[in-house]
Ligand binder design. Structure first.
Ligand code: UDP
Length: 247
């Protein structure tokens, strides 16, 4: 079901979104650009677009198989995804299984603390404001979504976490935390949008206890640890090994 690429609708930090010959769909191109700290740190990492597109595809397919609705429809090429056209809700929904990152910078919670139940945080998606964390009341005050959609987002995010945590555990990877974005498609249905990749998930290798070496995600870029592309390749390799086992 290949589509003809139309005009550019939106260019983000890691992706470009194009119109296509179906008004209810878009083509999403995964770029090699990497950014961190609100785009203050930037680099071009050859191969990242292809890896994130493939990893996201595998994870969206896994979620769909488990009854979770996503914007993913098909792959058109190694870096081009066909997806539902959605109105993205300006929320970053973060769920955390292990404390690290901003949680440990902003609170006295120790690095590596197991969070049970997983901690769900909402951030307002706005680079100029620095994606501020929202309280439940601020979220309601902003009036971004209905209460029922908010409840659905919480429920879906917790389900996705359970599915992905178990999936990665079997691949000897700890799913530390990740960020989801949601949108409403042309039928008004709530679906997961954006991507699910080492750019917006944290993965720690269970087979490695070194606190730096075990990192297999964008923290390698954020912390200048090197080996960014090798880490992303390793995630895809483990996913593909798992897929080949199933077929
Ligand atoms: N995250 C993201 N985009 C953002 C902020 C965070 O995808 O703009 C992801 C990040 O990769 C991690 C999770 O959300 O998997 C939690 O990030 P955290 O709040 O700890 O922020 P950070 O330490 O990256 O500033």
């Amino acid at each position: 079901m290949n589509h003809i690429r139309g005009s550019l609708i939106y260019e983000g930090k890691a992706k470009r979104v194009f119109e296509c010959d179906n008004p209810e769909r878009v083509l999403i191109e995964f770029k090699n650009d990497a950014t961190a700290f609100n785009a203050k740190k930037r680099a071009e990492i050859a191969g990242k677009g292809r890896l994130n597109c493939k990893i996201s595809t595998a994870l969206f397919e896994l979620l769909e198989l488990n009854g979770i609705s996503t914007h993913f429809l098909a792959l058109q090429s190694e870096t081009l995804m066909i997806a539902d056209k959605v109105n993205v809700i300006p929320l970053e929904v973060v769920i955390r299984n292990i404390a690290t990152g901003s949680l440990c910078r902003e609170t006295p919670i120790n690095q590596g603390t197991i969070l049970n139940p997983p901690l769900l945080d909402f951030y307002y998606k706005d680079d100029e404001l620095g994606d501020p964390i929202l309280t439940e009341e601020r979220l309601k005050l902003l009036n971004l979504i209905s209460t029922s959609h908010l409840k659905e987002i919480e429920k879906v995010t917790r389900s996705v976490n359970k599915i992905l945590k178990e999936y990665f555990d079997a691949l000897d990877l700890l799913l530390v935390d990740f960020k989801l974005e949601f949108g409403l498609n042309s039928s008004g249905k709530l679906v997961i949008a954006d991507e699910i990749s080492p750019d917006n998930c944290r993965f720690w290798d269970k087979k490695n206890s070194d606190p730096k070496d075990r990192i297999l995600d964008k923290d390698r870029f954020r912390q200048d640890l090197g080996g960014v592309i090798d880490a992303y390749e390793e995630i895809l390799k483990r996913i593909e090994k798992d897929t080949s086992k199933a077929t």
